[in-house]
Design a protein. Sequence first.
Length: 330
Amino acid sequence: MYWANVTAQDVQYSQFYANPLYLNPALTGASEGTSMGVNYRNQWPGLEQSFVSYSAHVDHYFFGAKSGVGLIFNRAEQSMANLSVSEIGLTYAYRARLGFRSFLRIGGQVSYMDRDAFFGNLVFGSQIDDQTGAIGSVSGENLGADARHQFVDYSVGALYNNDNFWFGFSAHHITQPNISFLDGQFSKLPAKFSAHGGYKIDLSGAGAKNFLNRSTGNRELTFAFNYKNQAPFQQLDLGAQVNLQPLVLGVWYRGIPVSGESSFNNESIIALVGIALGSGLSIGYSHDFTLSSLGNANTGGAHEISLRYSFLATSSKGVGRKSSMPCFKY
């Protein structure tokens, strides 16, 4: 009999700055107001099996306490394994001033996780008659038709920023909890590490202000990266976005362009378009064009939609001020 180790990784969103609490708990309250949003991702819709994920968050910044508090809900569904993973988490971040316009945010998250799987459709070798090929009803495996497993999960993060630059680090599943459905068995959830940062260039000079012949809004060009490692997987996102308010256009490359392995990990090119309205409402759509051997024609790439609304919920001393965060819009 042949045995092999099977490993998996967390859902990754292409518009990860539209889902800030999922990226780094230190981004809780980073809008320095009240923010709420939802994200939807459909990965590889061209395949017979689907990988669909949803996320929703709400967070609020308390100026007096220099702190942000948030709530996040995540759900991922995999039809191939009849597996769903749900998470509800509470996040907190504290913002410390390091200079006139430079800040350090430190945050944490505690989550309640629920994994649900249906094993009723699985077929094991012990069920197959090697003479006729008929499939019997008894496998002998110690699995019920339906199984659930709940556990508590912890994550931490930190992020430094000034007006034009930011760099952050986050660590999820730091206790590597047991996710096995079987009593007495241990299967750890690998810790996930992420390093992310970028630089914003202000384009609001006279020439940029005349773009579209009318404009007093922001004109910005931003370059950024996001590196993720969750053993044994690693991934790097490199991208740029131009903000011609209210229009945001972006392009990303996802993969490991330089590797010591025989084959490079070129996963996808991501195109993004967004509308960021002055009312605080932002809508984004992105499409992943698959570069790997799976092929874009076979997988259908990936579709992702984000919707966010940010506002000032209280008449605090922060009313009228602009958030100090220079991060991507999506």
